[in-house]
Design a binder for this molecule. Structure first.
Ligand code: SAH
Length: 241
């Protein structure tokens, strides 16, 4: 081999290392086996804590949670914890998403209302479990981001609105199920009104710490059951200034 060839070969190897190198930070998250992490999340955090609904377990196995968290937290997407999503808000802990979904006992035919779209992750899980999902987010930047992501993932049964979820979504009421993922101090009256007879609502109630409540509407009256202590971001109000 003459000298020119040798120099050429060394240059070629150096360039391919830069372009396809294994140690580039940008490539790091592509090398993580997210599918395997998701499987582990479902078995060790969700099944192990008693979630049995097959449809819920399948949805948690299917939805790519790492797409719903900011790039810098992607490698942590499957840990047993909530994570920041910007604007001081969080995506809930995977177990809490599974528990709240299971409590709604969805069969696939329902119309569901979610208050607090956040990243859109819970909405995507619900879209696997029910027919139609309506979700409201009070912060415009989060509402837009979630809507864009859900659309890019091909969800046609999720409608996102930017507004104050305290008032529910009159236009599409009544709902078979309602899930609230931010915490008010009292149950918003509009949500009770917009819940169908025989319907179920899961909601964290309280100030700094909350109790997750399961509410059932029967014969026009409500029954309230306490599930577990939880911690959610507070429900904000879009009051006239
Ligand atoms: N379900 C979300 C997590 C939501 S965190 C997910 O899967 O990622 C709670 C969200 O509720 C925050 O994004 C917050 O901005 C929103 N929120 C707070 N008060 C609200 C209100 N009155 N109406 C609608 N959304 C509200």
């Amino acid at each position: 081999m003459n000298k020119t060839w040798l120099v050429g070969l060394i240059l070629f190897l150096a360039i391919t290392r830069v372009v396809f190198g294994q140690d580039l930070p940008l490539k790091a998250s592509r090398r993580i086996d997210f599918k395997n992490l998701r499987e582990q999340m479902v078995s060790s955090q969700i099944e192990a804590r008693g979630i049995k609904d097959k449809a819920v377990l399948n949805a948690m196995r299917k939805i790519k949670r790492h797409l719903f968290v900011p790039q810098e937290y992607r490698h942590l997407a499957y840990i047993d914890s909530p994570l920041p999503i910007g604007e001081g808000q969080t995506i809930s802990q995977p177990y809490i998403v599974a528990l709240m979904s299971e409590l709604l006992s969805l069969s696939g035919k329902e119309r569901v209302l979610e208050i607090g779209t956040g990243s859109g992750y819970q909405a995507a899980i619900l879209a696997e479990l029910a027919a139609e999902v309506y979700t409201i987010e009070i912060l415009p930047s989060l509402a837009q981001k979630a809507e864009k992501l859900l659309r890019s993932l091909g969800y046609e049964n999720i409608k996102v609105k930017c507004g104050d979820g305290y008032l529910g979504w009159e236009e599409y009421a009544p709902f078979d199920a309602i899930i609230v993922t931010c915490a008010p101090e009292q149950i918003p009256p509009a949500l009770i009104e917009q819940l169908k007879e025989g319907g179920k609502m899961v909601i964290p109630l309280g100030e700094r710490y909350q109790e997750l409540k399961l509410i059932k509407k029967k014969d026009g009256k409500i029954e309230i059951e306490s599930i577990i202590p939880v911690r959610f971001v507070p429900m904000q109000r879009d009051l006239p200034r």
